[in-house]
Design a protein around this ligand. Structure first.
Ligand SMILES: NC(=O)c1ccc[n+]([C@@H]2O[C@H](COP(=O)([O-])OP(=O)(O)OC[C@H]3O[C@@H](n4cnc5c(N)ncnc54)[C@H](OP(=O)(O)O)[C@@H]3O)[C@@H](O)[C@H]2O)c1
Length: 259
């Protein structure tokens, strides 16, 4: 995730001189410095004097890293955490009272097509909110939610969302194969259809329901497929799946957090 953000920031025009990376191993530090042409070093060196610190370690490592860097953070530094399931209160417990923006990004960030939900705690200024949004926008779309529990809903929509689409593409490719196409053709057509449909949905001013109706002529072929989905309660299945996801996000938060 950190590499994706670094790559996005550089390609959006940020000077490499404004970035500094750290990692657990010397190998990653050296690789990242070489690949991106930025400085790298220890966690404390990375935090000394920094205006913005992006925490992108695994959730289980976050407490350890926060305790290590806490003495090196300036009072008005903006902290951005992308660690799944760790709330602002936990980070405040480990770092003290700081401006913290908590983010839930997703894997398409690695190709600049991410979708992230952001929550800012009470200490974040308007300018810092915009800074955090610009940083996450370097790897896709980034939107604020008003209350921290809504990050669980973001997890259910976009955090875990890529996997739902992968499953759907997989199911379409399997069904295409059962209808006689080769695996290669069924899979390529399913992937391109997902890309085409989502690009059209994003670019078009027509709402999503109307776009669907536009390809669903009465008594036509698509109508048969849609009627079958509706009869089998696809919408109910999606709702149940996303409620299960949000509820797991909430319980993981309780397991991983400090409070
Ligand atoms: N991947 C996603 O799509 C996604 C989506 C949502 C949220 N997230 C969140 O993003 C965070 C990072 O995930 P990831 O997939 O990018 O993990 P990752 O590939 O394992 O990267 C974690 C990085 O943290 C470094 N690290 C570990 N311990 C450290 C320490 N004590 N001090 C400094 N650096 C340390 C590691 O360094 P080494 O390379 O030297 O081991 C590694 O570079 C996680 O909290 C995850 O919940 C990820």
């Amino acid at each position: 995730m950190a590499k994706a953000i670094i790559a996005g920031l550089l390609s959006s025009g940020l000077s490499p001189a404004r970035l500094y990376a750290s990692a657990a191993s010397d190998k990653t530090r050296t690789d990242v410095a070489k690949r991106f042409g930025i400085a790298s070093g220890s966690n404390s060196d990375a935090c000394d004097g920094a205006d913005v610190i992006v925490l992108a370690v695994k959730p289980q490592r976050l407490e350890h890293v926060c305790v290590e860097i806490q003495p090196h953070i300036k009072p008005n530094t903006l902290i951005i955490s992308v660690a799944a399931g760790i709330d602002c209160a936990s980070i405040e417990t480990w770092l003290g009272d700081h401006a913290i923006v908590r983010c839930m990004p997703n894997t398409p960030s690695s190709i600049g097509m991410g979708a992230a939900g952001l929550f800012a705690n009470h200490s974040v200024t308007e300018q810092q909110k915009q800074t955090a949004q610009r940083i996450l926008e370097a790897v896709g779309v980034a939107m604020y939610v008003d209350s921290e529990p809504l990050i669980d809903a973001v997890t259910a929509v976009s955090g875990s969302g890529p996997a739902y689409f992968f499953l759907f593409i997989e199911a379409m490719a399997d069904a295409g194969e059962q209808l006689g196409l080769s695996r290669e053709v069924a899979s390529a057509l399913a992937k391109q259809t997902a890309l085409g449909a989502s690009s059209l949905a994003k670019q078009s001013e027509t709402d999503i329901q109307q776009l669907r109706k536009n390809v669903t002529s009465p008594k036509g072929t698509t109508e048969q497929a849609i009627m079958s989905f509706e009869k089998n309660d696809l919408r109910g299945l999606v709702t149940q799946a996303m409620q299960a996801c949000a509820s797991r996000a909430k319980s993981l938060s309780n397991e991983l957090g400090a409070n």
